[in-house]
Design a protein around this ligand. Sequence first.
Ligand SMILES: Nc1ncnc2c1ncn2[C@@H]1O[C@H](COP(=O)(O)OP(=O)(O)O)[C@@H](O)[C@H]1O
Ligand SMILES: [Mg+2]
Length: 307
Amino acid sequence: MRNQTAVQDDNVNRPKGIQRTRRLPDPVLGALWDSIILDDALKSQLLSQAVLNFTLRGKVDRSVLPLHGTILLVGPPGTGKTSLARGLAHRTAESFNGSVFRLLEVEPHTLTSSAMGKTQRAVSELFSQSIAEAAVGGPTIVLLDEVETLAADRSKLSLEANPIDIHRATDAVLVQLDILAEQHPNLLFLATSNFPQAVDSAFISRCDRVVHIPLPDRSACARILKDCLTGLGRIYPSIGQLPSSPQFERCAAECVGLDGRTIRKMVATALASSPQTAMNPERVTITDLLAAARVAKASRTQGGKTA
Ligand SMILES: Nc1ncnc2c1ncn2[C@@H]1O[C@H](COP(=O)(O)OP(=O)(O)O)[C@@H](O)[C@H]1O
Ligand SMILES: [Mg+2]
């Protein structure tokens, strides 16, 4: 999936800390949602929680239901969390026929600064100005990708190793989340983390729902592999035939334990199994795929990084 959008995209003069903004619904993000193969029940839970945020929070007092407008997706790297969060933003907007929503993607790394006090200030400005302004303009969804960078677990940060600035940044995020939850019921934060143990517990307790995104099981591995090969098959027809090979199921079984990103990259590794195959990808065989899956699995088992 190329990272592009078919509809209006207003990234000129975007404030610090916002990587991009886009109008929703955006069919490109809908395709992303569909491309992530996950238990339908989990997808439905995510969508329901996000929709409820916009139907209910404007009407029900926070003393009755103390919702913060935050959903956290946690799971191993490469399991589709960022893609799901973007896709969920689209699907949520689409559920409210005709309303224009806006998606702001926060880039936490640009906020952290070595200069004392700067991170805290940047975080406070981002939330109290840029995000609050967007929320005044209409329903807004904010992607806080890899949120452990912004809401680092203060109890695990050593004051010597980590500047006090990071502690203050986490404090600022929590304060701002409380203020925004109070003032802007048409705002939803979608946060992701590969390392939930590094996210501050006060942030997690503010989340209305924490959804664990698992590694794909055997049948999901087969579907991801098939989806990848079928996609390649649109350009290289013989690759599209590989899922019908008798060895395909063995290949899928070999992928169990790998994340979705690694499974797709493993297919690229198979296409690069020799200079001849790289020159002419139609030459790739199911045996090449099996070998690439075994290598990916072995490097995962040895603790090596495959993605
Ligand atoms: N469950 C899945 N089904 C299909 N593709 C997946 C899945 N998980 C990951 N991928 C692939 O991996 C890519 C990276 O996923 P990403 O959303 O960045 O994962 P994360 O944020 O969890 O690290 C996706 O674009 C997709 O191609
Ligand atoms: Mg991610």
